[in-house]
Design a protein around this ligand. Structure first.
Ligand SMILES: NC(=O)c1ccc[n+]([C@@H]2O[C@H](COP(=O)([O-])OP(=O)(O)OC[C@H]3O[C@@H](n4cnc5c(N)ncnc54)[C@H](OP(=O)(O)O)[C@@H]3O)[C@@H](O)[C@H]2O)c1
Length: 262
């Protein structure tokens, strides 16, 4: 869906960087949109919920006193629409410097359920949508010899667990895809960042029955992502201590891990 709003006027000397955030109507994506706009970016915010996107962009534009954020209604599982949407964003924004893939779905299977419908939704949204969108960004940034690709993965990608096998697999796939993009694109001057949050207080977590010790706010998560973007980090766990927790989890031998219920 094209956006007819006009971005804030600027001269070549005051050109603002452009960020596209896919999955920005709530949670981490919305917080990152607010954060990047506050740091001086022009932001295109994409998701399916038009009214929520417009609320996020309205809040940003009111806070900055100019049109810094544009809303685009888009479903990432409509893979065929992605190249056209990418070209539309290029045209509306006058270029793209940062592409963040944040869209995610996590329907919970019952403990004894194997639902292809739920699993496909997670694979399509979390993995295939990421490949389709980040591939567009990779093509552009390789040609530009610069730019930033940011993928929101999860600590859940570090091991296959009892609760939600397809969610684990979708995030593990995103991790490997981003690593491969980094290995291809660093030599072209492109920065590729993998973000692995722990527990973040968002709509996604509300659907989950487990307890979430140490959960952080979306704004805290966005602050961590921004710090890693600025520091050109390759991989960041947010908060930092999840790196060590997951190191221990990864070392648990399979014969024990199989008996655990998380
Ligand atoms: N919350 C956590 O504890 C946590 C931890 C680790 C990783 N993550 C990851 O962080 C990312 C953001 O999740 P969140 O926690 O911020 O949850 P959230 O508030 O539910 O945000 C999910 C975002 O993805 C968008 N989305 C979902 N399906 C989409 C589709 N088919 N097309 C376009 N956009 C779609 C949603 O927008 P619409 O519904 O409007 O389309 C929303 O903007 C996800 O990738 C998630 O896996 C979250």
């Amino acid at each position: 869906m094209a956006n007819s709003s006009k971005l804030a006027a600027e001269s070549p000397l005051t050109r603002k960087p452009r960020a596209v955030i896919v999955g920005a109507s709530s949670g981490i994506g919305a917080a990152l949109a607010r954060r990047l706009a506050a740091e001086g970016y022009l932001v295109a915010a994409l998701a399916r919920s038009k009214s929520e996107l417009e609320a996020v962009c309205g809040q940003i534009n009111a806070a900055t006193g100019e049109t810094r954020a544009l809303a685009y209604e888009h479903d990432v599982t409509d893979f065929d629409a992605i190249p056209t949407m990418f070209q539309q964003l290029m045209k509306d924004l006058g270029g793209i410097d940062v592409l963040v893939y944040c869209a995610g779905a996590m329907p919970r299977p019952e403990p004894d359920e194997f639902s292809f419908e739920k699993d496909k939704l997670m694979m399509d949204t979390n993995l295939l949508g990421a490949v389709a969108w980040l591939g567009q960004g990779a093509t552009l940034f390789q040609r530009m010899g610069g730019g930033k690709l940011v993928g929101i993965s999860s600590v859940s990608g570090d091991r296959g667990r009892v609760l939600n096998p397809a969610y684990n697999a979708s995030k593990a796939g995103v991790d490997t895809y981003l690593e491969a993009l980094r290995n291809r694109l660093t030599r072209h001057g492109v920065h590729v960042l993998t973000v692995k949050p722990g527990f973040v207080e968002t709509d996604m977590l509300k659907n989950s029955p487990s307890s979430h010790p140490g959960k952080i706010t979306p704004d805290e998560c966005a602050a961590g992502i921004w710090k890693a973007m600025r520091g050109r980090k390759q991989l960041v766990y947010i908060p930092w201590y999840w790196r060590w927790i997951m190191l221990v989890v990864k070392l648990i031998p399979s014969f024990i891990f199989r008996r655990l219920s998380f």
